[in-house]
Design a binder for this molecule. Structure first.
Ligand code: GUN
Length: 288
């Protein structure tokens, strides 16, 4: 089994980004500037945002965090976004999801200027991505495509099963894997909560992308020998023996699946760090 080492690959990508930033600085230009909007105090969102800000520091980006209470109105949030849209010091920004229930997520995402939408969630970017045009690609699918490219995993004509149809991961992933290209050209199946006989589908797949959110769901007897397994799951499972009180579990039963798969991502250290590296890449592209 070959471990798809997202930590290592993301460190390489971040080093390349850092070199690009140093070039800008030598030319007396300002570094890229990523801003993030965080509404409320969801623990997982706070962790992700902290990690994104730390990564900005590592590569020499400027970062800004705008935090609001969970009772902020939809209108006020959209006003903040409109401020960022016209702020010439900010190259790209993200609105961390999920948002509180009283806020319409689609309306908020629509208010982001697509040129600053480094998450690639605006319909303009999503549409361009689906057409295979240059756009900001959502960071998690982009990171998975990068891993596939770096490890030169054969995708043409392969059966690829994506499990989970979220707008952030599953659906864009299903589109990218079916696009024409060196790393694409797969025969894609998109499974979701209403799919029947999931194990029948997983057993037939050459490539499985798990974005289901059920810890250790995918087991040894559910996969084909020498398949490629990408684990996007990051569920917090209570573990009182840990200082934090929880451990992070992926959607894949790593120990058993590693005995049968050819390529496998670990959790942590697989898709997670790639997501952050690609968000930085999108921000650099927004600056240049
Ligand atoms: N919530 C979970 N993943 C993401 C992401 O990639 N971007 C944003 N903005 N929110 C998220």
């Amino acid at each position: 089994m070959i471990l798809l080492d997202g930590k290592k690959i993301s460190d390489e990508i971040k080093s390349e980004i850092k070199v690009s930033v140093e070039k800008l600085i030598r030319k007396k230009e300002r570094p890229p500037h990523l801003a993030a909007i965080l509404v409320g105090d969801d623990g997982a969102s706070l962790t992700y945002i902290a990690s994104k800000i730390r990564s900005c520091d590592q590569v020499g980006f400027k970062s800004s965090l705008f935090r609001y209470n969970s009772d902020i109105s939809e209108n006020d949030l959209i006003k903040k976004i409109e401020d960022l849209n016209i702020n010439r010091e900010i190259d790209g920004f993200i609105v961390q999801l999920p948002l509180p229930k009283h806020i319409n997520e689609q309306k908020v995402l629509l208010s982001i200027d697509p040129r600053k939408d480094v998450d690639g969630f605006h319909p303009t970017n999503f549409g361009k991505m689906a057409l295979g045009l240059k756009s900001f690609i959502p960071a998690t699918p982009y990171g998975i495509m990068k891993l596939i490219e770096k490890y030169d995993i054969e995708t043409e004509g392969k059966s690829c099963l994506v499990v989970g149809r979220s707008n952030i991961v599953g659906r864009p992933m299903s589109i990218l894997m079916s696009l024409r290209g060196r790393y694409g050209n797969s025969t894609v199946t998109l499974a979701h909560s209403k799919s029947k006989n999931l194990a029948e589908l997983t057993k037939k797949a050459d490539i499985i992308i798990m974005a289901l959110g059920i810890p250790e769901f995918l087991k040894y007897d559910m996969i084909k020998k020498d398949s490629t397994i990408i684990d996007v799951g990051i569920t917090r499972v209570e573990d009182k023996s840990k200082r934090r009180g929880y451990v992070i579990k992926g959607d894949v039963d790593f120990d058993s699946v590693s005995k049968k798969a050819k390529f496998l991502t670990p959790v942590p250290g697989g898709v997670g760090p790639m997501t952050i590296a690609m968000l930085l890449q999108n921000t650099l592209d927004a600056r240049l």
